[in-house]
Design a protein. Sequence first.
Length: 116
Amino acid sequence: MKIYQFNKEAGKRVTKFDSDFVMSRITQTQNSAHVGCIYLEAGGVIGFHEAVLPQLLLVVAGEGWVRGDSNEYIKIQKGQAAFWNKGEWHETKTPNGLTAIVIESEELNVSSMKAL
């Protein structure tokens, strides 16, 4: 057995796209799936950019706002997830802080999730 950590201290600061957040990568499969944990502090933002792959953002703590190609922000909180297709422009921001697991993969299938 091995014990691993994916807390904020294990992550790296990301500043691309005018972003300011810490991301801890968790795993990468042979099928080109990426799973990571994002820590957005109060006032944090994942800047508006194009999704390189289909992407699922699962909020595990806190709350914030997400948007896709439109300028309409939608509130998101613990226990909810946002999905963006490959090529879709998107942004995430939070006034008080947010922690989320992010999964990116060409083969990402969210059909088993319950839609709001």
